[in-house]
Write a protein that binds this ligand. Structure first.
Ligand code: PLP
Length: 412
């Protein structure tokens, strides 16, 4: 009998028959509260009627109109809609199908446009599973080991992970920036550096928000030395953190923005945005892909952006995020095993530690599994897999947050 590959270990035993808003429904009709949202993908909830209608209509009109051959209406409209939410400087767009592919597109553009080989990445960052993006990923050895040699030209630098060091955010930021300068003296000369890439909130690396001083520091150094700032908004974009883009919290504008996940409510679509001047430095044919900017995915993305706007979902993410965070902090303060509660907007997590303060993956995973028994779907993350994260759809409301918190308290 054929089976799914064993690498795809499911975090829950749940079989999904249907998705409805913030719920997954199994074949027996049991309804689970889904605080994973397909790993931050179903931003407007499962099967939002407007997204469903737009996709259904598009399927019956044009499924695939390859973008190097023809322009199609959903793509034209998507470019227009994204223009309303992107920083004005980032006026040129290119589309792919997954986060990893978009990161690779950003990497190619950075190398081609600067003519420099090296890319600086942050410890704990996750940028994908292709060989190039895995080379840029340090949120766990499982993403890197066993298929070396990895891509050359990747240089690592610390992220301000205050909690792990037992520092405050200010100390962690100063340390990370000092180490960044040291990296530019020891590992990659500025003239060899094409770009630095950073997540506004480390995602797979444990839901650790960056700090304003850190991102501003990276921006200043990029400007001073002529390399690019790439912001990986694959997980933090499209309202997830309570602002439209994660970098909006930190008052910096990237040279290249990478988006995916929540952009099309579950259809595979990703892309990069940069200035036209920069984008035109990638030569024709060097970027592309058969399925990029698929017409149905683009139609779903246009509908997603409309729903995000009409239903004020960015604001909802901020307000519901505050409610969820307050509840998580209450649960955290009642249990010594939870050492830290953190995140931004609706990208929140609880870190489990032993009485000595070391990572405690066993307790985290037991809590995650107990939550499933309570009807709440959750995922873990972090290099030690000791962080339980909550990323509900942006449409989540107060009753669902409170229900999720009751289930979480019972599970913990
Ligand atoms: N970048 C970030 C920040 C991510 O969280 C992810 C996926 O989780 C990726 C890139 C890779 O995206 P994908 O799995 O769609 O290739």
């Amino acid at each position: 009998m054929t089976k799914l590959s064993p690498q795809l270990r499911q975090a829950t035993p749940v079989v999904a028959s249907r998705g409805e808003g913030v719920r997954i429904i199994d074949p027996d009709g049991r309804r689970y509260l889904d605080f994973t949202a397909g790993i931050g993908v179903t931003s407007t909830g499962h099967c939002h009627p407007k997204v469903v209608a737009a996709a259904q209509e598009q399927v019956a009109t044009l499924i695939h109109g390859q973008y190097t051959t023809v322009m199609h209406e959903p793509l034209r409209r998507l470019v227009e809609s994204l223009g309303e939410v992107l920083p004005s400087k980032l006026d040129s767009l290119f589309f792919t199908n997954s986060g990893s592919e978009a990161i690779e597109a950003a990497l190619r553009l950075a190398r081609q446009s600067t003519g420099r080989p090296n890319i600086i990445v942050c410890h704990g960052g996750f940028h994908g599973r292709t060989v190039a993006t895995a080379s840029m990923t340090t949120s766990g050895t499982k993403f890197r080991s066993g298929f070396a040699p990895l891509m050359a030209g990747v240089v690592h630098t610390p992220f301000p992970t205050a909690y792990r060091y037992g520092w405050d955010a200010d100390t962690a930021t100063k340390f990370a920036l000092r180490e960044f300068d040291y990296t530019l003296q020891t590992l990659t000369a500025p003239a060899d550096t094409a770009a630095v890439i950073v997540e506004p909130v480390l995602g797979e690396g444990g839901y650790i928000p960056a700090t304003e001083e850190f991102l501003r520091g990276l921006r200043e150094r990029a400007d001073k030395h002529g390399f690019l700032l790439i912001v990986d908004e694959v997980q933090t974009g499209v309202g997830r953190t309570g602002k439209f883009w994660g970098h909006d919290h930190f008052g910096v504008t990237p040279d290249i923005l990478v988006t995916a996940k929540g952009l099309a409510s579950g259809f595979p679509l990703s892309g990069i945005a940069a200035s036209e001047e920069l984008m035109s430095k990638a030569w024709p044919g060097s970027q592309g892909g058969t399925y990029g900017a698929n017409a149905v995915a683009c139609a779903a993305a246009v509908a997603t952006l409309e729903v995000v706007h009409e239903e004020k979902l960015v604001h909802n993410a901020e307000v519901m995020g505050q409610r969820l965070r307050a509840g998580l902090e209450r649960v955290g303060s009642a249990h010594d095993a939870i050492g830290d509660v953190r995140g931004l907007g609706l990208m929140l997590a609880s870190e489990f530690v032993t009485p000595q303060g070391d990572p405690d993956p066993e307790t985290a995973q037991r809590a995650q599994k107990a939550a499933v028994d309570e009807g709440l779907l959750l995922l873990t993350c972090g290099p030690f897999n000791n962080v339980v994260r909550m990323i509900p759809a942006l449409i989540v409301d107060e009753p669902a947050i409170d229900e999720g918190l009751r289930a979480w308290a019972a599970a913990v």
